[in-house]
Design a protein around this ligand. Structure first.
Ligand code: ARG
Length: 267
């Protein structure tokens, strides 16, 4: 590798490291938009007065189920955004992750998809995204007794990830000869690691950090500076809703409530 590439990589690493610490802090000055609000806003809703949300509720600390109640950073954030818009939030029953973007795209079932969606070129062809609300990196988790301490040792090994995620893609593209298995639910991926069906998990770092707390024999061995940005998925047919959500996002950044959520869930 030439020097230019290395310094770019180092710069990316430094940037990523600072994002890890402050990835979800405020200070984003994402452009906001029109002054539209409430029912005159020009957007459409599945149910009047309600913001209907599709989510895969298996991704703590962002969106998870506490009994049958959705909870997490993004769930609270959606509550705040809806409040700004004068709407109630209505979470649909937990939805399989890789079906949510198509669901938003097709229309008729949900107003938004909120599932720690990393903005990707492929998804941008299917849906619109709001301004970003969080920055994260990928990570690799293994069993503590596995003797695996570096990604290079994963060559030819079994990796697990949630189907349709950036973690799945990262593993498939970057780990030589890896056998990557996709699972519907994040919980199943960690259960498979714990029981020895797979050798490593590839997932967004804050989520890995959360899961290893309940699987004490597992540890995160690597942060991968992918520099991903989370945003809310909205139908391309409903651009005024994207605008309204961006305006609400800016408002909760400005009034300090966004920072309270960061402190509550992510620090
Ligand atoms: N950020 C990753 C992606 O966009 C993983 C998101 C998984 N979300 C979830 N709620 N299970 O592909």
């Amino acid at each position: 590798m030439n020097i230019k590439k290395w310094s770019a990589l180092i710069a990316a690493g430094v940037l990523a490291a600072s994002l890890t610490l402050f990835g979800c802090s405020s200070g984003g000055d994402q452009g906001s938009t029109t002054s539209a609000s409430g029912t005159d806003a020009g957007y459409t809703l599945i149910n009047d007065g309600k913001l209907t949300v599709a989510a895969s509720l298996d991704f703590p600390p962002f969106e998870n189920l506490n009994g049958d109640k959705p909870e997490g950073f993004a769930v609270d954030l959606m509550g705040l955004l809806a409040e700004e818009l004068g709407l109630e939030v209505n979470y649909l029953p937990s939805t399989k992750f890789d079906t949510i973007v198509p669901l938003v795209q097709t229309g008729g079932k949900t107003d938004v998809g909120v599932s720690s969606f990393t903005i990707t070129d492929k998804r941008l062809q299917q849906v619109d995204f709001t301004d970003t609300y969080c920055n994260v990196n990928q990570s690799i988790t293994v069993r503590s007794d596995s003797g695996i301490t570096d990604v290079s040792q994963l060559e030819g090994k079994k990796i697990g990830a949630q189907t349709g995620t950036t973690g799945y893609e990262w593993a498939a593209e970057n780990i030589k000869d890896a056998e990557v298995t996709g699972y519907d639910e994040m919980t199943a991926v960690f259960a498979a690691l714990d029981s020895g069906q797979i050798d490593a998990v590839s997932v967004d770092l804050p989520v890995a950090n959360y899961y290893v707390k309940s699987y004490t024999d597992c540890q995160v061995i690597k942060e991968i500076p992918t520099g991903e940005q989370y945003a809310i998925a909205v139908s391309k047919e409903n651009p005024e809703l994207t605008k309204a959500l961006n305006k609400a996002l800016q408002a909760v950044r400005d009034n300090g409530k966004y920072d309270e959520l960061v402190a509550k869930w992510l620090e």
